[in-house]
Design a protein around this ligand. Structure first.
Ligand code: ARG
Ligand code: ZN
Ligand code: CA
Length: 242
């Protein structure tokens, strides 16, 4: 990505209650968080005692709010089966998914904060779903997931990033500058927390692709940036966004 990479974002809001019909200010707060987190401009980027400060990445991708579309629904929760992306299921179809990032904001249920489609899937379901209570950093945004990092994490998946623990005990996230983790971290781990995997490295629990509270995550690595860049490069699976 050349530093001018700009992704138009379509926000599809599905609401039953008034509080689910989040404000434009809350929507814009999420766009602002993304522009900080993907450009090393987040206020916690320089958190002290980060053993991985040397591999922190300025990903260099910008997000621009393209349009907000709202739809009233009778559904109290949508689950994770993509129903919110289909007009047949009472949802909203993706707008220009090969050139715009579609976000669906709704109540998911089941304790799920958000979920994403990886590159290479059907364009009709392409994009990211975020529960309205974990979207942006104002309005109905709810602690400890009230800083907009659910979207940062899910868009990481949308740009081909795996979980930092590789979804297995001491698993592989296909990124060489991230250490091997036992499993997901929750809350905010103590400084100096190590894995018991091979080499017992310090864990990179401050990475957006872990499962910590929003206030505990503040970086992507250079290796993750390379994976994201490859997705948008000529010949990459999302080259249509260039
Ligand atoms: N897919 C994860 C979930 O739904 C999202 C985790 C996001 N983490 C965060 N701190 N916002 O559980
Ligand atoms: Zn995830
Ligand atoms: Ca790794």
């Amino acid at each position: 990505v050349n530093g001018k990479m700009e992704i138009p974002v379509v926000v599809n809001v599905l609401y039953k209650t008034a509080s689910e019909n989040i404000s434009l200010a809350q929507i814009q707060s999420q766009i602002d968080v993304l522009n900080k987190d993907f450009n090393a401009l987040n206020s916690d980027y320089n958190t002290p005692n980060n053993p991985y400060s040397a591999v922190r990445a300025n990903v260099g991708i910008n997000f621009v709010l393209d349009q907000v579309i709202r739809k009233s629904t009778t559904k109290t929760s949508w689950g994770t089966n993509d129903a919110m992306k289909k007009t047949s299921g009472g949802g909203m179809a993706a707008v220009s998914p090969t050139t715009k990032l579609n976000l669906w904001v709704c109540t998911i249920g089941g304790g799920i904060l958000g979920y994403a489609q990886f590159p290479g899937g059907s364009s009709s379901t392409d994009g990211v779903v975020i529960d309205s209570r974990y979207f942006g950093n104002t309005g109905t945004a709810t602690y400890p997931f009230n800083l907009g990092r659910t979207a940062t994490h899910e868009i990481g998946h949308w740009m081909n990033l795996r979980h930092i623990w590789g979804d297995a005990t001491c698993g592989n996230d296909q990124v060489s500058d991230t250490p091997v983790h036992n499993t997901a971290n929750y809350g905010v781990p103590a400084v100096g927390h190590r894995s018991t995997c091979s080499g017992t490295p310090l864990e990179m629990y401050m990475n957006y692709m872990d499962y910590t509270d929003d206030r505990g995550m503040y970086m992507f690595s250079n290796g993750q940036k390379a994976r994201m860049d490859a997705v948008f490069a000529v010949g990459g699976s999302r080259a249509s966004f260039r």
